[in-house]
Design a protein around this ligand. Structure first.
Ligand SMILES: CCCCCCCCCCCCCC(=O)SCCNC(=O)CCNC(=O)[C@H](O)C(C)(C)COP(=O)(O)OP(=O)(O)OC[C@H]1O[C@@H](n2cnc3c(N)ncnc32)[C@H](O)[C@@H]1OP(=O)(O)O
Length: 221
């Protein structure tokens, strides 16, 4: 039997509904453990011998993994655009994303509650490893997340582009260790320029406003 394959417009749906490939179940477990560790290790108050022991254990894992070659992510992308991508290819494209990618150990995990042409909305919680001022999320981390959230609004509307400009207004502190909500939507288009705005909320309080311009590649525009 031939393996099921997907094209560009099936990417999001297949990624969120098809069964997770076995190796990605394990990659996600590893990444979850690493994310949990990076938060807890900052909190931990232990003696020097314990720190020494943990350092040695972790260095042993690093040595076991070695120095693998860089992953070729263009291959899966090419297959997607000819409708020949397998579910494994889709996971290779999506699951290593630095925001929300389940198999990326540094990716803050967003729970997407809405994704459509009218916009996207997701919730997340950022731990102490993302702290800037005491108790608040680091401003650069906020920019990192919003770049991804605004890009997600672009993809949810079946468009492609790269960030050209991203302006961020920090209205109030965004708390760590509590649920926050991110939103984004396309507000307009002029030729290859697509205008997107976004926000972060803590409960009813808006803490960040963002707006930016995404550029569709010349080859598609
Ligand atoms: C189907 C789904 C697939 C999903 C795949 C998952 C992947 C996930 C990926 C996640 C990705 C996450 C996101 C990421 O991380 S994207 C990575 C971060 N961004 C970049 O690396 C972009 C780097 N910059 C460039 O490549 C070029 O400078 C671009 C392409 C931006 C423009 O160079 P280009 O040669 O094309 O431009 P042009 O000179 O013909 O000008 C055209 C028009 O645009 C106006 N303009 C120009 N520059 C800017 C600017 N910076 N802001 C605003 N406007 C700008 C310009 O005035 C002109 O306007 P007008 O005079 O016509 O009115």
């Amino acid at each position: 039997m031939t393996e099921k394959t997907f094209g560009p417009f099936e990417l999001q749906k297949a990624y969120s509904t098809e069964p997770v490939p076995d190796d990605f179940v394990l990659r996600r477990r590893i990444s979850t453990a690493m994310r949990t560790l990076s938060e807890r290790v900052i909190r931990a108050e232990v003696d020097q011998a314990t720190l020494q022991h943990w350092a040695e254990q972790l260095e042993a894992v690093v040595a076991t993994v070695g120095e693998p070659e860089r992953r070729d992510s263009k291959q899966a992308n090419r297959k997607l655009f000819t409708g020949a991508a397998t579910i494994e290819d889709l996971y290779h494209m999506m699951d290593f994303d630095p925001v929300s990618g389940g198999a990326n150990p540094i990716a803050p995990q967003v729970t997407w509650v809405q994704e459509g042409q009218e916009g996207v909305e997701g919730t997340l919680r950022l731990g102490q490893q993302y702290q800037g001022p005491p108790g608040r999320v680091h401003g650069g981390v906020i920019a990192w997340i919003l770049d991804a959230v605004l890009s997600r609004a672009l993809h949810a509307a079946f468009r492609l582009g790269v960030t050209g400009t991203l302006n961020i207004r920090y209205l109030a502190g965004t708390p760590i260790e509590d649920t926050i909500t991110c939103r984004a939507r396309i507000t307009g288009q002029e030729g290859r320029k697509i205008f997107i705005e976004g926000s972060i909320w803590h409960g009813d309080q808006q803490t960040v406003h963002a707006e930016g311009v995404w550029l569709t590649p010349k080859s598609l525009g």
